[in-house]
Design a protein around this ligand. Structure first.
Ligand SMILES: [Zn+2]
Length: 387
């Protein structure tokens, strides 16, 4: 038995983390000696974020490696609405193969992309609002530890400038970002905690609100350590009153004492709707936790669209194997049948197919590194995402 109430890697790869009705379906098909070749597509009819930053394909590729299927997908970090400009659902992934060879993997496939895309879509909206103001993903403690790297990877693709998770950062190949916990000030007292942080950190962020009022602690920290990078406020909600006004007051008091170099970072319960006012008040960096890690998953579904060469699907879905064209000039999107790879756009640009082949007969033929994916995402947040 597993020690924790969770699937381990083998449970996922061998299909035992599936729903039982897939096992039954496979059993019935085997009894009847039926082995249909199907094409299945992953679509989402709507998204609570308007756009989807498509993320989680990395794990889907690992899941289907060495399984006898072909897999096509939109690249990770692509920002796209769930429906094209004419209202047709956009396929994000297509799998072709004999149904009994992969039926049970629908459950883990959707789990990989629904949650990751939810986290990265939420992060992308934060990134769009904040522009060059950095934010760090702080939220792994609010979710199951087994998925911490997925949360941080998705936040980072979505535009977070750093992640707090040690394992996440190792997997992502970046340096973890962190400041100092209240525990350090509680154990050592502010003076000693600040001093040791000052002497041992190349990026100096002082947490100032463990014992003292934010304003007087900020002034004290600035006068004792005038070249620190940031003071961080993690003011508890019971003390918060008007958080932007607390920030404004600290900014003012630091400025008139010639500490304009010391920036203000805030954390603790920050949501999308708080950002503009806090930036306006003078916040220059954010730690954002629960609202990112608990972002609503995208409700992707997976459906058969062709059986043994015949276009066929359930009520409410669109049959036939499809491509996704996107204009290289105006980013207009159009879902088309798979025999169409390119079309002229009404704007004069060219609409090109963005579905790419990642797996051929179980062999991974395309895999992108994280910096390529993140760069695509950042470009698309800039050029395509409209709030
Ligand atoms: Zn166009």
């Amino acid at each position: 038995m597993n020690k924790f109430a969770m699937a381990n890697e083998n449970d996922i790869i061998n299909g035992s983390s599936t729903d039982v009705y897939f096992d039954k379906t496979k059993e019935y098909l085997a009894k009847l000696n039926i082995n249909p070749h199907v094409a299945m597509e992953v679509t989402s009819s709507s998204s609570s974020y308007g756009y989807i930053n498509f993320t989680g394909l990395n794990d889907v590729i690992s899941l289907f490696e060495n399984k006898n299927i072909n897999l096509y997908a939109i690249p990770e970090g692509t920002i796209i609405k769930p429906r094209d400009d004419d209202g047709m659902p956009v396929p994000f992934i297509r799998i072709e193969g004999n149904y009994p060879d992969f039926a049970e993997f629908e459950t883990p496939l959707l789990g990989f992309i629904c949650q990751a895309s939810g986290v990265s879509s939420y992060s992308s909206i934060i990134k769009k609002i904040l522009g060059n103001v950095p934010f760090i993903s702080f939220g792994i403690r609010r979710m199951h530890p087994a998925i911490s790297a997925m949360i941080d990877r998705s936040s980072y693709i979505g535009g977070a400038s750093g992640v707090s998770g040690v394992l996440s950062a190792k997997i992502l190949g970046i340096k973890p970002s962190g400041t100092m916990p209240h525990a350090l000030s509680l154990i050592l007292g502010d003076d000693q905690a600040w001093k040791i942080q000052y002497e041992n950190s190349d990026f100096r962020v002082f947490l100032i609100d463990t014992y003292m009022d934010e304003k007087f602690a900020a002034i004290k920290a600035a006068e004792e350590f005038p070249d620190i990078d940031y003071i961080r406020l993690d003011t508890p909600s019971s003390r918060r009153g008007n958080f932007p006004n607390i920030v404004r007051e600290i900014r003012w008091e630091l400025n008139i004492r010639n500490h304009k170099n010391i920036k203000i970072m805030v954390s603790g319960g920050i949501k999308i709707e708080d950002l503009n006012e806090l930036v306006n008040a003078g916040v220059e960096s954010f730690g954002i936790g629960t609202s990112i890690s608990s972002a609503k998953p995208v409700d992707f579904g997976m459906d058969i669209v062709n059986i043994n060469g015949e276009d066929k699907t359930k009520r409410g879905k669109f049959s036939g194997v499809k491509n996704v064209l996107r204009c290289d000039q105006c980013y207009k999107v159009k879902t088309v049948l798979r025999n169409i790879n390119e079309e002229k756009c009404t704007c004069g640009g060219t609409m090109k197919n963005i579905m790419e082949k990642y797996i051929e007969n179980g062999m991974v033929i395309k895999n992108e590194n994280l910096s390529t994916i993140r760069q695509r995402s950042l470009n698309e947040i800039n050029n395509i995402l409209n709030l």
